[in-house]
Design a binder for this molecule. Structure first.
Ligand SMILES: *Cc1c(COP(=O)(O)O)cnc(C)c1O
Length: 449
């Protein structure tokens, strides 16, 4: 069977995520994938693509990783799934113990869901419900950062700030307080990332001082606002935020769904600010990109506020596949690779290779900014380099880039006009260099250089 066969059948029955389906008429190629191996995806005609964005940021150790495959197969012979209310199983117990051991200190309890957005819903509900159980009935609001992204369900959208995904649904959403982003790409020329983050924090500090008694929690993506355009900020912001949240009695929710598991150079991004949040949300890389699973870690005092004789004071939230054993085994196998393989160390070298490979792009006439933190790098395309004027969205330069990269065998799906690299950690230095070379040529094509 050839690609065309699957494309026709697909377009007659499948509605794809985050896609204007009409684009598939001619602008956007649909690519049916037959198999994956390591960093490679292969279609039905033998064409191969480097998975430069880890299949939407989930894959860490390559497709069809033998160690993760083996763990899932072994679990499959034993138990595929069981209700997690009133019942338990070994993989979920072991995974909880491991996560508590490796995450920032004071996080002692694991609650499971099955995707990132649901994890955010859980953290928001738990924070609110905690204050209700404490008799603090006015704490019903959340603070979030401009350009933040926390998922697509209604609660998660409400604490996000990416207009493309949010605007249409606004009438359905609770209202959050949105404060300016600390991302260094917005700093004045000559101003350091740290200075800018501190300056932007003043607005957060003022809001907390004014409204703390209404605020349940502040939610942030630590160090990189990913879907908002790979916007990187200095850890000082997290340090200041942790202090202020403690001072004013407000929870801090760290959404490490995208940045957790080594993406920013440390196992968790919060480590770089030496802080522990009140809620830590993890998903995406948690299972190495194999199966849907998410987890919310929280502190003992929060857990204890629900530990009561009255059923209604408990946290009566669930999903059908909460804590699925196959997914937990994939997560355990993923964590075992981190333990056995010096992953964080190796990534330091890969990040350096990536940085060096990207250097020539800084001089490109249509590149406005090149930024990187660990295993995430972004290149912003602009119409006017000197004044950093963006391309009009309707020119769809990002889409032109995407097609040009695919033609050369790389999957690099941009965010608007922001090209980014988030490769699986099993990529080699040479392959990483190839990926950037492809991106460079594709940028030339998309910007007509
Ligand atoms: C992807 C993402 C989510 C949502 O996760 P889903 O599994 O897609 O629902 C939430 N927060 C961040 C930071 C993300 O990158």
């Amino acid at each position: 069977m050839k690609n065309q066969h699957f494309i026709q059948r697909d377009l007659a029955s499948v509605w794809h995520p985050c896609t204007q389906m009409k684009d598939h008429e001619n602008q956007l190629p649909l690519i049916p994938i037959k198999r994956g191996e390591g960093i490679w995806l292969e279609d039905f005609e033998g064409r191969r693509y480097i998975d430069g964005i880890s299949s939407w940021w989930v894959n860490l150790f390559g497709h069809a990783n033998p160690r993760i495959n083996a763990a899932i197969i072994a679990q499959l012979q034993q138990l595929e799934h069981v209700i997690l209310a009133g019942f338990s199983h070994e993989p979920v117990i072991e995974l909880s113990e491991k996560l508590i051991a490796i995450t920032p200190k004071d996080l002692t309890r694991c609650f499971y869901a099955d995707n990132g957005s649901s994890a955010i819903e859980v953290a928001l509900k738990m924070s609110f419900h905690y204050w209700q159980n404490q008799g603090q009935l006015k704490k019903t609001r959340f603070i979030t950062l401009q350009h933040s992204y926390h998922g697509e369900t209604l609660g998660a959208l409400a604490v996000g700030d990416v207009a493309l995904y949010k605007k249409t649904y606004k009438p359905l959403l609770m209202e959050s307080f949105i404060v300016p982003s600390p991302a260094g790409c917005d700093a004045e020329s000559g101003e350091s990332y740290a200075d800018y983050a501190q300056r932007q924090f003043e607005i957060m500090a003022r809001l907390l001082a004014e409204k703390a008694e209404e605020i349940s929690a502040v939610i942030v993506e630590p160090l990189i606002q990913c879907a908002g355009g790979m916007r990187i900020y200095d850890p000082i912001y997290l340090c200041l935020l942790r202090q202020a949240c403690d001072h004013y009695g407000v929870h801090l929710i760290a959404d490490e769904i995208a940045v957790g598991f080594g993406r920013t150079g440390t196992l968790f991004a919060c480590e770089q600010a030496e802080i522990s949040p009140d809620f830590l949300c993890l998903s995406k890389g948690l299972t190495g990109g194999y199966l849907p699973l998410s987890v919310i870690l929280t502190r003992e005092n929060i857990y204890q506020a629900f530990y009561q004789n009255d059923e209604r004071l408990g946290f009566l939230h669930s999903h059908s596949y909460t804590g699925n054993p196959l997914a937990c085994q994939a997560a355990l196998a993923t964590l075992a690779i981190f333990e056995q393989d010096q992953v964080i160390e190796n990534n330091k070298n890969l990040a350096k290779t990536l940085q060096e490979a990207l250097t020539p792009l800084r001089d490109h006439p249509h590149v406005g900014d090149v930024r990187q933190l660990g295993m995430i790098a972004a290149v912003e395309l602009v119409a006017d380099k000197a004044r950093r004027v963006p391309y009009p969205a309707q020119e769809r330069r990002g889409l032109q880039f995407y097609r040009a990269a695919l033609d050369q065998g790389a999957l690099l799906r941009p965010l608007g006009n922001v090209i980014y690299f988030m490769p699986p950690y099993v990529i080699t230095a040479a392959q990483l260099q190839d990926l950037v070379t492809i991106a460079h040529r594709a940028i030339d094509i998309a910007t007509h250089v």
